[in-house]
Design a protein around this ligand. Structure first.
Ligand code: NAD
Length: 277
């Protein structure tokens, strides 16, 4: 049976680091670091995410300030709200809940967030920061959460072969860049990749971010591998599942992240840690 790389101890370590950072911030500035959540409407999944962030923030002495905008808020009003927060010296980070309603231009809105305050790492400037290594903005939280898990469990990366399934702007591509920065030899696989199994079996570290149940089966892996399952999917019974067929893969590989309780449980901690960047 493989070692389970659980997210909780990783998240706890990041939160402890953030708490220390928040205390130092308080000493210097006489106030706690503050994140503004900009939420358009009141979708149940947004509200659940907001509660999760507030719970974690309470553990780290970070302040959360929610701006709730009407579901039919105008483009101008949304951009004005973002601009006001960009300019507010007492707001240290901004998180815009996505997706936005259809009448709003998501790309325009995320790019209106100042890179220094882009907690989620979703603006083009943050992406540039990841690709150029310049420190502008923040890496997208999920990609960084994977790196935090690998670092916490001391998975060697330098000179190792890392295979990433998925090439999205928020997970696959930035993750490949972060792995490259740690001197891994990186292959990015996607929906047009031929013989995916042949690629995945060569990996020392295999990361699946395809968003498909059963993407990684027992025949796609071998012993000696570390497998990170980024996928969050729901089966017909409404049960949360990753991309990896756990029953088949757990017996074969050395280490594996669970779903739930793996990557997803680390992302909110990463988000709060960005407040101190
Ligand atoms: P996406 O749909 O934007 O990208 C999926 C990628 O997978 C695409 O690049 C596509 O080429 C690739 N892909 C799809 N089918 C494939 C196939 N058969 N073979 C090879 N590649 C294939 O998704 P995303 O936003 O990158 O998210 C990916 C998964 O990660 C989803 O399940 C999502 O829910 C999950 N996710 C988890 C977290 C977290 O905190 N754990 C955060 C964000 C996303």
């Amino acid at each position: 049976m493989s070692e389970l790389l659980k997210g909780k101890p990783v998240a706890d370590a990041i939160l402890a680091r953030t708490r220390e950072g928040a205390a130092a911030f308080y000493k210097k500035k006489g106030r706690s670091p503050k994140a503004a959540i900009i939420r358009v409407g009141a979708r149940p999944d947004d509200l659940a995410y907001e509660r999760g962030i507030k719970n974690r923030a309470a553990q780290t002495d970070v302040e959360i300030d929610v701006e709730e905008l009407a579901e039919d808020v105008s483009r101008e009003e949304l951009l004005r709200t973002i601009k006001r927060r960009n300019e507010d010296a007492a707001t240290d980070g901004i998180l815009l809940f996505l997706p936005l309603p259809d009448h709003l231009d998501e790309q325009e809105a995320v790019n209106a967030i100042s890179p220094q305050k882009d907690l989620d790492g979703v603006s083009d400037a943050s992406k540039l920061g990841v690709y150029t290594d310049s420190g502008i903005g923040n890496p997208p939280c999920t990609a960084q959460a994977v790196m935090e898990i690998l670092a916490y469990y001391k998975v060697p990366l330098s000179g190792k072969k890392a295979v990433v399934i998925g090439r999205s702007q928020v997970v696959g591509k930035p993750l490949a860049m972060l792995l490259l920065k740690q001197n891994a030899t990186v292959t990015i696989c996607h929906s047009k990749t031929h013989d995916l199994s042949q690629e995945t079996r060569q990996a020392d570290i295999l990361i699946s971010a395809a968003g498909r149940i059963g993407m990684v089966t027992g025949t796609d892996v071998r012993d000696g591998q570390t497998v990170i399952d980024v996928g969050i999917n729901f089966d017909s019974a409404g049960k949360m599942k990753g991309d990896v067929l756990y029953e088949e893969v757990a017996d074969k590989v050395d280490c594996l992240t669970p779903v739930p309780g793996g990557v997803g449980s680390v992302t909110t901690a990463v988000l709060l840690s960005h407040l101190l960047h």
